[in-house]
Design a binder for this molecule. Structure first.
Ligand code: ADP
Length: 403
């Protein structure tokens, strides 16, 4: 079954084309990224598997034109991987926010679309863009089934005491204000892969997954089900991130707004796009640059590095208490996959309970899944590269075949 996985942002369309023969048997045919939609310098980078990537510089005024360009590229004589559009059996979309409407993936229909639209209030940058992507696919591939997979779905198993904020209850009833989490597809994938690699029975396990990238979240998973996660009503809550502040005393919000004369939208922008690594360092939101700056003696960059491990260790420690122990800790996403020092520093905070890192295994773990704990460690520790697209493709295959 050929499945096109789409991750549509407000100005980008990322895609992967997978040939799914089964959950474990699949091949990636091509992947790509169309950037800067509606800007003068839009460009599509397309990589057919086993061949060099190509870049197409072409003006793309909107998502419909963008989707057509992606499809034409996939069937192009020169660098395409399909004979015709008809070869695509289904399309799977990543959706950031499904609130408490969705605890699993769903086939797109009118009701599903209206719920995604309702959730746009909680994810104003993402959900409207996802809807544009679904609409653009309907125009280019009108008879192909489309499936949606939600970043929030995996976290729907949290208990009310974990997802409720201690605000007046009516705001939960009236406006659905509660914790939803994010990155669920990634946490689900790496916990399952990690359990397999560590030889654990997922149905009888306590796992903590640390997805540390530009956006970061940590999740506690008991017996394969999420019991707590660090992101909240929106992805702003939790630990320090590239440009998000993470958890702060909520009274700071009106305080800075009054002092600086900021509107709610300006304050939201400040906390989501101008804070985190960028806010403290004043220079960059990228961990590679933070590491370079710290190595050159930049004190603010050093604070950022320390705060990242401090925040992760606090969350991991809390989740160990919540689950009364832990069997496996998994690190994933751009920062945690590529920075052995971070995995080492977090685990050093857990040495009191017998967590030991195998220094060699940790130093060499980069692209491939690896156990990085020492044989005598009381808790297994793994590095698992995330693969959200594969989960979306699997779910799309399952949902489409079951209908
Ligand atoms: P997103 O949340 O946007 O998916 P990623 O998971 O791609 O983010 O993570 C991006 C972060 O990973 C950046 O801060 C980047 O510096 C870091 N990163 C990516 N590759 C490396 C590397 N080779 N060495 C160190 N850090 C890296």
């Amino acid at each position: 079954m050929i499945i096109l996985v789409i991750n549509c942002g407000s100005s980008s369309i990322k895609y992967q084309l997978l040939d799914m023969k089964g959950d474990e048997e699949y091949s990636l045919l091509a992947k790509g990224n169309l950037e800067k939609i509606a800007l003068p310098d839009s460009k599509l980078t397309h990589k057919p598997s086993g061949r060099d990537s190509i870049v197409i510089n072409q003006s793309v005024p909107d998502h419909n034109v963008g989707m057509k360009l992606v499809m034409e590229t996939l069937v192009s004589k020169e660098y395409g991987v399909l004979k015709s559009f008809d070869d695509i059996d289904a399309v799977g979309h990543r959706i950031v926010q499904g609130a408490d409407f969705f605890s699993g993936s769903a086939l797109v229909d009118k009701d599903v679309l209206s719920k995604i639209e309702y959730c746009s209030d909680f994810a104003p940058l993402h959900n409207p863009a996802h809807l544009l992507g679904i609409k653009a696919v309907s125009e280019v591939l009108p008879s192909v089934p489309q499936c949606v997979t939600f970043d929030t779905a995996f976290h729907q198993t949290m208990e009310p005491y974990a997802y409720m904020y201690a605000l007046p209850y009516k705001y939960y009833e009236q406006y659905r204000v509660r914790r939803y989490g994010a990155h669920g597809t990634s946490h689900q994938y790496v916990s399952q892969r990690g359990a397999k690699l560590a030889g654990l029975d997922l149905a009888d396990s306590r796992i903590i997954t640390c997805h540390i990238g530009n956006g970061s979240s940590v999740t506690a998973i008991r017996n394969g089900k999420c019991v707590d996660t660090s992101m909240g009503f929106t992805p702003l809550e939790g630990m320090i991130m590239g440009t998000r502040c993470g958890i702060i005393d909520a009274n700071i919000v009106p305080y800075i707004m009054k002092k600086e004369g900021l509107s709610p939208d300006e304050m939201t922008d400040l906390m989501n796009k101008k804070s985190g690594f960028l806010g403290i360092s004043g220079k960059t939101s990228d961990m590679r640059d933070i590491c370079d700056l710290a190595a050159a003696g930049d004190e603010k960059a050093e604070i950022v590095k320390k705060k990242v491990t401090f925040d992760i260790a606090k969350l991991v420690g809390g989740y160990i208490a919540e689950m009364n122990g832990v069997d496996l800790i998994v690190f994933t996403a751009g920062i945690a996959e590529n920075n052995p020092w971070l995995r080492n520093d977090v685990c050093a905070q857990l040495s009191y309970m017998g967590v030991r890192i195998d220094q060699e295994a940790n130093a060499s773990a980069r692209r491939d899944e690896a156990i990085i704990s020492a044989p005598d460690s009381t808790v297994k520790v793994a590095m698992i590269p995330t693969n959200e697209e594969l989960v979306i493709a699997r779910d799309t295959m399952r949902v489409v075949l079951s209908k």
